[in-house]
Ligand binder design. Sequence first.
Ligand SMILES: [Zn+2]
Length: 74
Amino acid sequence: MSTFLELQQNQHSLGLYCLHCNRWGIADLQGLIDTGRGNSAVTGARFRCQDCGSIVQKQLRPPAPSLGDTARYI
Ligand SMILES: [Zn+2]
């Protein structure tokens, strides 16, 4: 996996962490794809914190099976 589109197709999410604010977020993959960045390389992409403007850390997250298990029992 190397692009935002591939991440989404494989049901991964991209966690974003701002060291300055000590806060986690999730990249809006669908929004990136909708605005034509779906084929951009994840490794080269930079995200800025909306609050402080710092370049944030990125963390790839595989699909979380626990969430799926929960949904089956609702
Ligand atoms: Zn911040």
